[in-house]
Design a binder for this molecule. Sequence first.
Ligand code: ATP
Ligand code: MG
Length: 479
Amino acid sequence: MRSLRDRVRKARSGAKVDEQGSRLGQLRQKVGKAGQGGAAGATAQKAIYKGQRAKVSLGREQYQALKRKVHRELLDALDLSILSEMAEDEVKAQIRQVSGKLLEQTGVSFNLRERDQFIQDIIDEVVGFGPLEPLLKDSTISDILVNGAKQVYVEQYGKLVLTDTEFKDDAHLRHVLDRIVSTVGRHIDESSPMCDARLPDGSRVNAIIPPLAVDYPVVSIRKFRREAISMEQLCQYGTISEAIAEVCEACVEARLNILISGGTGSGKTTTLNIMSGYISGDHRIVTIEDSAELQLQQPHVVRLETRPPNIEGEGAVTQYELLINCLRMRPDRIILGEVRGREALDMLQAMNTGHDGSMSTVHANSPRDALTRLETMIAMGGYNLPQKAVRQQIASALDVVIQMQRLPDGSRKLVCLTEVTGMEGEIITMQDVFRFKRTGIAADGTCLGEHIATGVQPRFLERLRAGGITLSPDLFVPS
Ligand SMILES: Nc1ncnc2c1ncn2[C@@H]1O[C@H](COP(=O)(O)OP(=O)(O)OP(=O)(O)O)[C@@H](O)[C@H]1O
Ligand SMILES: [Mg+2]
């Protein structure tokens, strides 16, 4: 019998420990999580995502060697000091021309498509982010997760899939990583082995290298989506029903205070962006974010962004400080990208005192959990307030909590729209107005279900009416 340690080691190396065809094994495959255990898992799995790359007749090793050779010779042939003064398009044209000649000299015969692919790879290596560049350009990919040189996962259409992208070795990966973090004036090395950065296109990058990352450098890129998702698309994707969309729009117009709750990548920011779109163009909107992701179209928007500490650990500007500053800027509506810390109390106070119609998101698994999180943030913020007073503050500030969830099939759903109704004794009272009712899983792994009205006529209807908005009572009748 194999020892426990052997089995654990084997599991870590990505080898199959589940008996073939076991339920757990099948389930993992369905949700695209199989083989997350380690770099060796990459070889045990079939690459699924291959992007738009031309099929090259050379073997992988030979192709990499050829690329290194031409890249080296190209750097010798080009005058880098002149290149740095040229426009990017000219630089690319120059690299294209020289590397084309160098390729011819190697005697390797490529067809036209292979040649283009090869030269593009060289350009990406010299002026881009190397092997990551095609993944960055592919708009169907939302996240890129690099686990060392030989294992790159992407999230595409909501699913995590392994790619055939690889770096020559960890040193090559570190080189690309250095280029990424240096674009924002930061650096990463053994003495500061963790770093957050943003790519020129707005994508967020987190990198962590050994010794903190035990096995290899790990890079996680959350890509910035240029074309914002619209409410119509949310309805088409089944994230939200048309009835809920109508209610959401009315809530924003009538200046209700809304908190969007959800786990990582569940679509909180996307939903916040769409909801903010319903704010009237007459209002002065101030947004506060860690990295400016919201894309508001109104004419009067002021965007504020926090600043991380510099290398010496100084100069950080937090959301709390920005919120305090924002209150002196005469905002009509405040949009806080994600409430995380002591700014929670000030945000609630602002919602209660003239900045109604403000919105934020919070990392939580249910509306109740979202409120508990706010409470914890306020308690941790060092305010010496009795629990009941904090709860009263929360209950009177917030009107609606929207819960987002990423389902196992990768789809994002609004799983409930909940009204905060007040307090009963020490407890904040809430009622679900809409819910997503899951009914099962289809053969292809798709989660089945539908949005339903719970039958509750929300109390906020009165506020809507006062704001001149009348919704059809049919919206709230259970189907
Ligand atoms: N309803 C949706 N349908 C499909 N894709 C979506 C949907 N909502 C968001 N996405 C995609 O999911 C990814 C994560 O979305 P988003 O950034 O809004 O999530 P988040 O909850 O704010 O994440 P984080 O926890 O990182 O702040 C993005 O690539 C986004 O384009
Ligand atoms: Mg977000």
